[in-house]
Design a protein around this ligand. Sequence first.
Ligand code: DAT
Ligand code: MG
Length: 150
Amino acid sequence: MERTLVLVKPDGVQRGLIGEVTSRLERRGLRLAAAKFIQVSNELAETHYAIHKGKPFYAGLIQYITSAPVMAMVWEGPSAVAAVRQTMGATRPTEAAPGSLRHDFALEIGRNLTHASDTVENGEKEVALWFQPGELVDWKRETDRWIFEK
Ligand code: DAT
Ligand code: MG
């Protein structure tokens, strides 16, 4: 089953949108596999965003993600990576599709509420970076067969 890392970033937490994000992913049919509410260290932020090191927005990005607690979650399901990215919407909120979270709740790229892994490979890497193996819950839902075809 494909897994993806989702973060409700500090702005989403401060604005009381943990429930909104979680509710949309649940409603979509994705299955929660892990969750924790944490203050992100500089070290974790720098590893997570290593690919952006050297870009003009990098310092602001690290400052933002470490500025207040985040809700970190792992969601799973068929095509979970693509499905979650679609539910979040494009990185720049003014380019996000109407009905997506970033469209409906954000305006600025530097306050775009959520993170979601962008590829299956990065999903696996990010889940391993943010969660210990023992923090992932292996479970089945009664509704799985009505949502997952196989
Ligand atoms: P995403 O979060 O949609 O995966 P990304 O990985 O390209 O987007 O960038 C990570 C975060 O960095 C993004 O959520 C917001 C910030 N960011 C990206 N491009 C930016 C830019 N041009 N100006 C300011 N912030 C930017
Ligand atoms: Mg990204």
